[in-house]
Design a binder for this molecule. Structure first.
Ligand SMILES: C[S@@+](CC[C@H](N)C(=O)[O-])C[C@H]1O[C@@H](n2cnc3c(N)ncnc32)[C@H](O)[C@@H]1O
Length: 200
């Protein structure tokens, strides 16, 4: 398996497992936060590690706008070709704090989603803290990742997620089994972790 996400961009949307994952993640989010209920029409969303925008595409009709960011230029190119009206597709590293201006102005979000991204990051904990700082007061951070039975495996443990959300000063923390994917006859559980930025 390549470790360059660019290599997966062209075939990403053709992969039914990837589409199913996005659909189940959105359904879990909708069940929790009522995205399709009409109350999110004026809300701003950041889709972190958006890939080709499968989740952005589902969120966009129900919110004001979606900033979709990814470090893979090929993933972003596929999303840009979709020309979704209220989705801004951005090739940048929003976690880069080296002063290169990455992600300037990308703050004040009511919802930040990270679908199958956090488990691949070299410093997951710092990433959650940085992203949480881009939420409005009362804003919601949500992630989905493969559930790892123990630290060091692929994916994240429930405890790792709980600790990262707590250390990012998020409240109303929930970490739960969201859905299960099947791959090669194997059941692969996916967890959903969420937390809310406290009012100031
Ligand atoms: C498994 S894919 C998930 C894509 C998409 N969220 C989906 O569910 O279809 C992981 C994505 O995270 C992106 N990614 C990895 N590290 C990133 C970072 N530091 N900032 C933004 N995106 C990142 C990759 O380029 C890739 O597109």
């Amino acid at each position: 398996m390549s470790d360059d996400w660019n290599d997966y961009a062209d075939g990403w949307d053709g992969n039914s497992d990837v589409r199913t994952y996005a659909a189940r993640a959105f359904a879990a989010l909708d069940a929790y936060a009522g995205i399709t209920g009409g109350g999110w029409q004026d809300k701003r969303v950041l889709d972190f590690g958006c890939g080709t925008g499968l989740l952005s595409d589902k969120l966009a009709p129900h919110v004001r706008d979606v900033a979709a960011v990814d470090t893979s230029d090929r993933m972003i190119a596929v999303l840009q070709e979709k020309a979704l009206p209220n989705v801004q597709a951005l090739h940048l590293d929003i976690l880069d704090s080296s002063g290169q201006g990455a992600g300037e102005g990308l703050s004040g979000f009511d919802l930040i989603c990270a679908s199958s991204v956090c488990g691949f990051l070299p410093d997951y904990k710092s990433a959650v803290a940085a992203l949480a700082g881009r939420l409005n007061s009362g804003g919601l951070f949500v992630q989905w990742d493969w559930l790892a039975p123990e630290e060091g495996g692929s994916g994240l443990t429930e405890q790792q997620v709980r600790d990262a959300l707590r250390d990012a000063d998020l409240g109303s923390i929930r970490v739960e089994h969201a859905f299960t994917m099947e791959a090669g006859g194997q059941a692969m559980p996916v967890l959903m972790g969420s937390g809310v930025r406290a009012a100031e």
